[in-house]
Design a binder for this molecule. Structure first.
Ligand code: CU
Length: 136
C-alpha cells in the first residue's frame, strides 16, 4: 500500500515538472487584451512620448507576460499614451477612465488608447485585485 502511494506521488511530481517545463518553453506572448481602467492622475510628465502617472484601480484578472491572469492590484504607475491620444486638458488630481491596451510582444507593452475625464465626485476604489493562478 505504501509503495502504491509513493508511486502516485512520484507520478504526480513528474507530471507537474513536465507541465512546468512545457509552460516555460512557450516563448510567444499571450494574446493582446484591452482593459477598461479608472484612476486618478498623480502627475503629468512633460516627456516625449507623452505619459501619465496614474494611480489606477485594481485590474481583476489582468494577464501578465507569462499568460497568468493573476490580476493587478491598485498601484501608481507611469503609462504611455498612444499617439492618437491627447493628454490635452488632463491635469494632476483628475479622475480618468481609459482603455489600457496590453500587448506583451510590443514596446511598451502597456498603452493608454482612449482617455476621458470623470466627474470630480467619482468615487474610486483602491484595493487588491482578484485573479487566478491558472493560465488562460
Ligand atoms: Cu499597475
Amino acid at each position: 500500500m505504501k509503495l502504491v502511494v509513493r508511486i502516485v506521488v512520484v507520478a504526480v511530481t513528474v507530471a507537474a515538472v513536465g507541465f512546468g517545463v512545457a509552460a516555460c518553453k512557450g516563448k510567444s506572448s499571450p494574446p493582446p487584451k484591452t482593459y477598461q481602467v479608472r484612476g486618478v492622475v498623480q502627475h503629468v510628465p512633460t516627456t516625449v512620448p507623452p505619459a501619465l502617472v496614474v494611480r489606477h484601480e485594481a485590474i481583476d484578472h489582468f494577464v501578465h507576460s507569462d499568460g497568468v491572469a493573476a490580476g493587478m492590484h491598485s498601484m501608481t504607475m507611469t503609462l504611455r499614451l498612444h499617439d492618437k491620444v491627447a493628454a490635452g486638458n488632463v491635469k494632476t488630481g483628475d479622475k480618468i477612465a481609459f482603455d489600457l491596451d496590453v500587448n506583451w510582444g510590443r514596446t511598451p507593452p502597456l498603452l493608454i488608447t482612449t482617455l476621458k475625464k470623470l466627474p470630480a465626485k467619482t468615487e474610486l476604489q483602491f484595493r487588491k485585485s482578484k485573479g487566478s493562478k491558472h493560465k488562460h
